[in-house]
Design a protein. Structure first.
Ligand code: SF4
Ligand code: MG
Length: 307
């Protein structure tokens, strides 16, 4: 497989320079590294600029209601736990309309790979305030500045005991592709929140703005041998307390001016190995619904069990 094998005949309609292009490229690169073919996995999309990807990425896809890709994907996992399921969502879709589903899916720990196009704005509807928009930002829906404190999806996912929590940057395709591969290979609920410049409606969080601030957590990690020899500790994503502190480096806690923040960590912030929801479901002991030979008699029997 090569990236072009995952292209449909449609031309992307994203604005030239949009971070969505880098995320599309990263996902294709990750699918190839994972050995996935267009007929061997499913991507469930939300509504937003990110959701246009269903038209450009050649793989099984489903796009439904705004904010609801996670419950759809969870349902697919319960019916067919052998299917590799990705969810592509946006900050508005996932942390606004879909916030309850985000918390529920992370707590349940469904085996899903969630990739969020976090551009801190509602792009498709032309630039309104989103859940991740910085306090004080003036948009067409908050002309006097945002009053609410922004959502910190990384801290939230860690506190919901998600199994794998990472942040990537749409302007670093090889690094983001590697994070998606790691997320997909890690069992359980995996979040890759991605810094995605919206070049049309956000003139602050540009590619240079991010490049000046981001650093890679793996650069702060030390091999175990070096740690033992020097006594210095690197970043350890399996350390819950360290991960929570790291999650609050950006966005900063209330009271700190975001303009003064010059460090944004990307990479794997947290990982653990909680059992997945699916693996604990006794109803799947006799095999998933997708594996049954659905004769009329069997369907009638199944319906009887719900009476
Ligand atoms: Fe990308 Fe923003 Fe244009 Fe949407 S509006 S395609 S997020 S640049
Ligand atoms: Mg958005």
């Amino acid at each position: 497989m090569n990236p072009a094998d995952f292209n449909t005949t449609n031309t992307p309609t994203w604005c030239p320079g949009c971070g969505d292009f880098g995320m599309w490229a990263s996902l294709k690169e990750a699918l190839i590294k994972l050995g996935i073919t267009p007929d061997s996995a499913l991507v469930v999309y939300g509504i937003g600029c990110h959701g246009h990807m269903i038209n450009f990425l050649k793989i099984y896809g489903f796009q439904g209601l705004h904010g609801r890709p996670l419950p759809v994907a969870a349902g697919v996992r319960l019916v067919n736990p052998d299917l590799n399921v990705f969810v592509v969502s946006g900050d508005g879709d996932c942390y606004g309309e879909g916030m309850g589903h985000f918390i529920a899916a992370a707590r349940a720990n469904y085996n899903l790979t969630l990739i969020v196009h976090n551009n801190q704005v509602y792009g498709l509807t032309t630039g309104q305030t989103a859940p991740t928009t910085d306090q004080g930002t003036k948009t067409k829906s908050t002309p006097l500045g945002v009053i609410d404190f922004p959502v910190n999806p990384i801290a939230l996912a860690i506190n919901c005991e998600a199994n794998f929590v990472a942040r990537g940057f749409a302007g670093d395709i090889p690094h983001l592709a590697d994070l998606i591969v790691q997320a997909n290979q890690h069992p359980g609920f995996s979040l890759v929140d991605v810094l995605q410049p919206c070049v049309t409606y956000d003139k602050v969080h540009t590619y240079p703005w991010y490049r000046e601030r981001i650093y890679k957590l793996e650069d702060k990690s030390l091999p175990a041998l070096t740690s033992r020899m020097t006594g210095r500790q690197g970043y350890d994503p399996t350390n819950f307390e360290q991960a929570i502190l790291k999650a609050w480096e950006w966005p900063p806690k209330a009271g700190i001016d975001t303009a003064t923040v010059d460090q944004i960590p990307i990479g794997v912030l947290f990982k653990q190995n909680r059992p997945t929801f699916e693996s604990q479901l006794p109803q799947l002991d006799n095999g998933p619904l997708a594996g049954l030979n659905l004769t009329k008699t069997l369907i009638d029997d199944l319906i009887e069990t719900f009476k």
